[in-house]
Design a protein around this ligand. Structure first.
Ligand SMILES: [Zn+2]
Length: 250
């Protein structure tokens, strides 16, 4: 029941439900995608929004700050690293009103086609998200649930700290098992099992595997690390993962 409730909230927040709130959300998402970065006056953004992130720091191993999920440091926020918003000109649609960075999107299309040949239906649930949308997903849902930022950060990235800002990350569902969308149960669906076996061949890796240091297991959340630019963006995160012994081969 908790999962169903979470999912319906998430869909409503992302504007993937029905009704007036869906339409309003779609307009907001369209505006957020269409407007150039910085076009939205900062006073229109929720006041508690932290400063917009600087370009992702790429630190030598010796300078990686100690990972502490409960403390805000210069480079992390409850264990989530800062990410800059994608250049809107680099985003293309992957269907369902969802966009990704164009190279990542091309690999996703190949991934989806290969899965379809095996009889597996991969459905994009969420791709690029602006800081404005993530602000609602983080603080809005936290307020609805009476959660502290630290509690919310276990399952959601604070605005400015979501891999979805980069355009290189996608949440994937199973078209024949929508009941498992955005839940740990997705791992046991045909899509979840197929991705675990094949996604790496297309440049995708799980961001939050079962033994992640700070964030709950998200078998549906995949980041693309198929070229130098994307690997640089996720370099710090991947080295944190290596330091904490994360094994993505599960
Ligand atoms: Zn995600």
């Amino acid at each position: 029941m908790v999962i169903r409730s979470d999912l319906s909230l998430y869909r409503r927040r992302l504007g993937q439900g029905w009704g007036a709130s869906w339409m309003v959300s779609q307009v907001l998402i369209s505006l957020a995608i269409a407007l150039p970065a910085g076009a939205i006056p900062s006073r229109l953004i929720i006041p508690m929004l932290p400063d917009l992130p600087q370009p992702v720091p790429v630190l030598p191993n010796s300078e990686l700050p100690e990972l502490d999920c409960s403390v805000i440091s210069d480079t992390s926020f409850y264990g989530h690293l800062p990410y800059s918003e994608a250049d809107r000109a680099d985003l293309v649609s992957v269907g369902y009103g969802i966009s990704m960075q164009r190279d990542a999107a091309a690999s996703f299309e190949q991934l989806r086609s290969a899965a379809a040949i095996d009889g597996v239906s991969l459905v994009p649930l969420s791709g690029f998200r602006s800081v404005v949308i993530q602000t609602d997903l983080f603080y809005g849902v936290a307020a609805d649930r009476g959660q502290t930022p630290a509690q919310r950060a276990l399952v959601s990235a604070p605005p400015g700290h979501s891999e979805h800002h980069t355009g290189y990350t996608i949440d994937i569902g199973d078209g024949s098992a929508t009941w498992a969308d955005l839940s740990v149960s997705f791992a046991s669906t045909s899509a979840g099992r197929w991705l675990a076996a094949n996604a790496a061949s297309f440049g995708f890796e799980l961001s939050f595997p079962p033994n992640h240091a700070c964030v709950s297991y998200e078998p549906w959340h995949w980041r693309w690390v198929g070229d130098d630019r994307s690997r640089e963006i996720f370099d710090t995160a991947r080295r944190y993962d290596a330091q904490t012994g994360i094994n993505r081969d599960r």
